[in-house]
Design a protein around this ligand. Structure first.
Ligand SMILES: Cc1ncc(C[n+]2csc(CCOP(=O)(O)OP(=O)(O)O)c2C)c(N)n1
Length: 376
């Protein structure tokens, strides 16, 4: 679709602009039309190149490509009925996971939703282990007992993978509370979809995080649709940063298709938490290219809308273009990285296929934690 013909955001009726002004934290909304024309900010790119170095930026490209190729393979394996049950692909949202994880340290924690294969891989979990979990096999991160929605690796402070929309934020706030209680300088990042934003638990947790000054970074991955329902249909305001204003919490809308913007926003939020004891609320404006889950025909949005998002905002193409324009690597060198990721994920499918199912005698194990257990 041509730039000029992009659909305008509907005007919000009865909105009281003045109501948000006494608070400094809430930032202005980024209109969708503006995002479609957005380019990577040249100054931000230059700054991050200096801070992170060329190798790390190229590694971020490789990480995003790994996520994309992994999800494509997972989609194919699902169609071959190698993966059963629910499976929610992350294709289109790669910059959010990679930009976030690149800004965190090993001591930081992650609690997330069910669309989490990308978060797990970006956190450093192996393609083999994640794919085996999707296949329900014993070499998976939950020994095949969790499946797609419950990837978990305590050794990397990666605390799942949760299926109840919004419920994980209470766990995230609890982890942040524990970090603070122990006097550790580390944050907990909690990912939610925008569909979770009106759940009561989200508001109870945001309030406590602000009141107790917990090192919690709440990331709303606003991909515009909760299953088949658009954010415009369910929310009185489409600027989700306004939800955090009532808790006097720092809030910002971020271009979630630009890995640099995501990295910078999360890094600033981690510094804010560690240095000032202030939680943050980041709304990442992103988009998913596939349906809600593998069984969703995606007929609630137009083909043109999806194509427009892919053509103008694809996060991988955007970083690829920036890397080539700034001469960090050539197109051919980036293609070689892509090929390597393609091989890695195909190998992961083979690995998962060969891995065994758990013995049926284990079906009732791992349900409860054995008592007594150690509490640090
Ligand atoms: C409390 C609760 N209500 C309903 C559901 C069913 N459900 C599963 S996913 C989903 C949509 C959530 O959308 P969003 O939070 O925007 O995340 P996305 O799938 O877009 O990543 C719903 C309603 C659920 N899992 N939990």
């Amino acid at each position: 679709m041509a730039k000029g013909s992009a659909k305008k955001e509907p005007k919000v009726v009865g909105e009281n602009k003045a109501s948000t002004t006494p608070f400094t934290p809430a930032r202005h909304e980024i209109p969708y039309d503006h995002l479609l024309e957005a380019k990577t900010d040249a100054r931000l790119g230059k700054r991050l190149r200096k801070e992170l170095g060329d190798d790390k930026i190229v590694a971020m490209f490789g990480d995003m490509v790994r996520l994309r190729r992994f999800e494509e393979q997972a989609g194919r394996a699902y169609q071959r009925r190698k993966i059963r049950g629910f499976c929610h692909l992350y294709i289109g949202q790669e910059a959010v996971a990679v930009g976030t994880m690149s800004a965190l340290g090993e001591a930081d924690s992650i609690v997330t939703h069910y669309r989490e294969h990308g978060h797990a891989l970006a956190r450093g979990l192996s393609s083999n282990g994640v794919m085996a979990e999707l296949f329900g096999k014993v070499d998976g991160y939950a020994r095949g007992k969790g499946g797609s929605m419950h990837i978990f690796d305590a050794s990397r402070n990666f605390y799942g993978g949760w299926g109840i929309v919004g419920g994980q934020i209470a766990l995230g706030a609890g982890v942040a509370f524990a970090n603070k209680y122990r006097g550790e300088k580390s944050v907990c990042v909690c990912f939610l979809g925008e569909g979770a934003i009106h759940q009561g638990i989200v508001h109870e947790s945001l309030n406590m995080a602000a009141k107790w000054r917990l090192p919690l970074i709440t990331i709303i991955e606003n991909n515009r649709y909760a299953m088949g329902t658009s954010i415009e249909r369910i929310s009185a305001v489409t600027d989700l940063t306004k939800k955090a204003v009532g808790y006097d919490m720092f809030a910002e809308s971020v271009d979630g298709q630009d890995v640099f913007s995501v990295h910078a926003a999360v890094k600033a939020a981690a510094d804010r938490a560690n240095n000032e004891g202030r939680p943050s609320f980041l709304e990442m404006r992103t988009y998913r290219y596939r349906g809600h889950s593998m069984t969703d025909p995606s007929d609630y949005r137009s083909k043109e809308e999806v194509e427009q998002e892919q053509d103008l905002r694809d996060p991988i193409v955007r970083l690829r273009n920036w890397i080539v324009a700034n001469k960090l690597k050539s197109q051919d060198e980036l293609n070689a990285i892509d090929d390597a990721m393609d091989r890695e994920t195909k190998d992961a499918v083979e690995f998962a296929d060969k891995s065994e199912f758990i013995d049926p005698s284990e079906l009732t194990t791992d349900v409860y934690v054995e008592w007594p257990f150690d509490i640090e």
